[in-house]
Write a protein that binds this ligand. Sequence first.
Ligand code: AP5
Length: 217
Amino acid sequence: MAMYIVLLGPPGAGKGTQAQVIAKEFGLMHISSGDLFRENLKNMTELGKLAQGYMNRGELVPDDVTIAMVKDRITRPDCAQGVLLDGFPRTPAQADALAKMLGELGQKVTSVPYISVPADVLIERLSGRWTCPTCGSVYHEKYNPPKVAGKCDREGSELIQRDDDKPATVERRIRVYMEQTAPLIKYYQDRGLLVEVDGRQSIESVSQHMLAALRKD
Ligand code: AP5
């Protein structure tokens, strides 16, 4: 059975950072719903234009639109060896839809690592985050700085800050997470799939704990 891992955690918990490590270790396709929306936005597609308003306000894009986008991606042949989902599902309706779409492929969610981090730490992490627009590598000006300030270690591209990392939008995103996404902790706990990892540790320690937990599954 292929691995279908759902990475759960609040905005800024380190999902994108850890996703790169886990996907490489287990040879999984990394699917980030946020990255899919941002790619659509960059290409000015109808989906991107629709998502833009929700993202800038720190709200969730409606379930039907998000589910259709992920279903289209996850059913492609390059996902048959397993997938690491980052940012999806974010509501119980999305979680039910994921179970259904994987069931149709003869698969199921195999593990749900949950990165727990308190709100004050999240705000500091998001305000210091810089991202490579070419390869998506994630940096932090204090906790994970690039070798040359402002440049991606891999691509040499000029690093950028996300529009939705402004303080007011970050606070809204955290509130929306608490209201709409946090119920998934119990959802996956009830199904025996949740593995909690303390996200306040260093990036390397979080990776070690997460990889150890996933190897046990
Ligand atoms: P999305 O792109 O998914 O954003 P998010 O969930 O808010 O998560 P982030 O990407 O902000 O944080 P992360 O946990 O990946 O942290 P990172 O590794 O970067 O979604 C954006 C928007 O798209 C949503 O608001 C919504 O509008 C829409 N959307 C997306 N999916 C959707 C869905 N399913 N349904 C509806 N709408 C959806 O780390 C953060 C920073 O901390 C970095 O600088 C990093 O270097 C640093 N860091 C990481 N780990 C550590 C550590 N252990 N110690 C110190 N620093 C660390």
